[in-house]
Write a protein that binds this ligand. Structure first.
Ligand code: SAM
Ligand code: SF4
Ligand code: FES
Length: 355
């Protein structure tokens, strides 16, 4: 578990021994008391590690939410198949490319193309969209859920460099309950497949899911490390009223920030977003995550007409703002906390595109 975090990660001498050798018991203690003094020290150390390994730069990724159709029925998500309360939309390939173009004009170096699991976007249609966006000189990240390995290969060949697909929870029984018809084993298999295709792979999980324990969260950290994830997205679970979990309590800022800090310690070179979900439950949530080890933000690039319909959870920020406003807002927020907006592609330092 945590006992040899240090050796695996090759920390330099400035990281105190007690952090390097956080025992399993201590880790569970920190996770269970996210407001406690030990948690505060862990967050401070994670922030220091981030500054040593990744510097002051924050990488921006422009997020295009191009379809809210989903064939899955994840119990927590507002886009789930059985939610009849939302109006469904699909952007056309031309609209998606146009949104990416707008992102490039606003200075984004990466676009993230995210959707529900929508088979209407065939492998070939997506490959064509990717090829067009690559002509703009952008890095392409995909987040479209579980697809065939051949499709992942096709999209990698078309130029996509990164894939985000959270494992959501490392507890198999909880995974089964939350994802009817899906399995954790398949998700892990596909994450490993993406790795073998030389994508930079993002996993991650929600904090505060009903039935989740400190042990589960520790298993989440371990799984992200075992997968050697290049990116790890950690956000609070936010109950959506039109889902079966609508009446359950959600995750908190403190619980989420301590997990962000711990993943920075577990994976010192990872790209770790300060998630929109955290910014949605707390005005300065993203800033708190950036001070707890995060170094990525994903502002919204989706055309405004569609924003409200991509309602994964209620209270999502940036529904009324134009993409340019979000770009300006996030730059101010980053500089206000003494950090800088990166001008580079923001790849994982140990990744190379290959031939
Ligand atoms: N369909 C793709 C997938 O599941 O990987 C990408 C889109 S999905 C909406 C993106 C992420 O939203 C999921 O990985 C999940 O962790 C998060 N999410 C869904 N419902 C949520 C909720 N109620 N609160 C917080 N995050 C949520
Ligand atoms: Fe679909 Fe992703 Fe939401 Fe699950 S989390 S219902 S796969 S959009
Ligand atoms: Fe969208 Fe601040 S990032 S308004």
């Amino acid at each position: 578990m945590g006992q040899d975090v240090a050796n695996k990660n090759g920390f330099n001498q400035s990281v105190p021994q007690w952090i390097q050798s956080l025992s399993r018991v201590k880790l569970l203690e920190v996770i269970s008391s996210p407001d406690g003094p030990l948690a505060r020290q862990v967050i401070e150390q994670a922030d220091l590690i981030r500054s040593e390994t990744m510097g002051a730069e924050v990488h921006l990724r422009g997020l295009v939410e191009f379809s809210n159709y989903c064939r899955n029925n994840c119990l927590y998500c507002g886009l789930r198949r059985d939610n009849r309360q939302i109006s469904r939309y699909r952007m056309s390939p031309a609209e998606i490319i146009q949104a990416a173009e707008h992102g490039a004009q606003l200075g984004y170096k990466t676009v993230v193309l995210q959707s529900g699991e929508d088979p209407a976007f065939s492998g070939e249609i997506m490959a064509e969209i990717i090829r067009e966006i690559k002509k703009l000189g952008l890095v392409v990240t995909l987040s479209m859920g579980e697809r065939e390995p051949q499709e992942y290969q096709l999209w990698r060949d078309a130029g996509a460099e990164r894939y985000l697909m959270r494992h959501e929870t490392a507890d198999e029984a909880l995974y089964d309950r939350l994802h009817p018809g899906q399995t954790l084993a398949k998700r892990i298999f596909l994450l490993k497949t993406l790795k073998s295709l030389n994508y930079q792979v993002g996993t991650g999980f929600m904090v505060g899911l009903p039935g989740q324990t400190a042990e589960t969260l520790l298993a989440d950290l371990d799984l992200a490390r075992q997968l050697e994830a290049e990116m790890v997205g950690i956000g609070p679970f936010i109950p959506h009223p039109s889902t079966p979990l609508g009446k359950d309590p959600g995750g908190t800022l403190e619980q989420t920030c301590i997990m962000v800090a711990l993943i920075r310690i577990f994976l010192p070179y990872a790209l770790i977003p300060a998630t929109t979900a955290l910014g949605s439950i707390s005005t300065l949530g993203r800033e708190s995550a950036l001070r707890a080890g995060a170094n990525v933000v994903m502002p919204n690039l989706t055309p405004r007409i569609h924003r409200a319909d991509y309602q994964i959870y209620p209270g999502k920020i940036c529904l009324g703002e134009e993409a340019a406003e979000c770009r300006g807002c996030i730059t101010r927020r980053i500089t206000d906390i003494g950090r800088t907006v990166s001008d580079g592609p923001g790849h994982h330092p140990k990744w190379s595109p290959g031939s």
